[in-house]
Design a protein around this ligand. Structure first.
Ligand code: SF4
Ligand code: F3S
Length: 115
């Protein structure tokens, strides 16, 4: 079991999650594309399930694998690509971002069909 970054991260990519990860298991695509979207990915074999990243994400984008919402189920396999196609990924580059307002966070969830 591991944690999963869902598509709620796309276009947000706050990176606060990666800042607290004790095992540095957050990655991003070297060349983001439609196939490898511009978001962070959690390496499923490196994640130690510590839960530290979840409360840090201001966009509520990270879930335990078993709790990933049904409409985001494909994101679990997407995260695994950073393990299976490791050469196409690099460790997360952490850049401090302005935090979203509650309205912006809810609008992002609506945009992806979560609410
Ligand atoms: Fe890293 Fe812990 Fe989050 Fe896994 S659960 S990605 S080990 S901070
Ligand atoms: Fe993305 Fe949230 Fe991390 S927006 S980069 S999962 S803090």
């Amino acid at each position: 079991m591991a944690y999963v970054v869902t598509r709620l991260c796309q276009g947000c990519k706050d990176t606060a999650c990666a800042t607290v990860c004790p095992v540095e298991c957050f990655y991003e695509a070297n060349a983001p594309s439609a196939e490898l979207p511009d978001q962070l990915y959690i390496h499923p074999d490196e994640c130690i399930d510590c839960d530290a990243c979840v409360p840090e994400c201001p966009w509520d984008a990270i879930y335990k694998e078993e709790d990933v919402p049904e409409i985001f189920k494909d994101d679990t396999a997407l995260n695994k690509l950073c393990m299976d196609r490791r050469a196409e990924f690099k460790g997360s580059v952490q850049v401090e971002k302005p935090k979203p307002t509650p309205d912006q966070r809810e609008a992002n969830k609506r945009k992806w069909g979560l609410t």
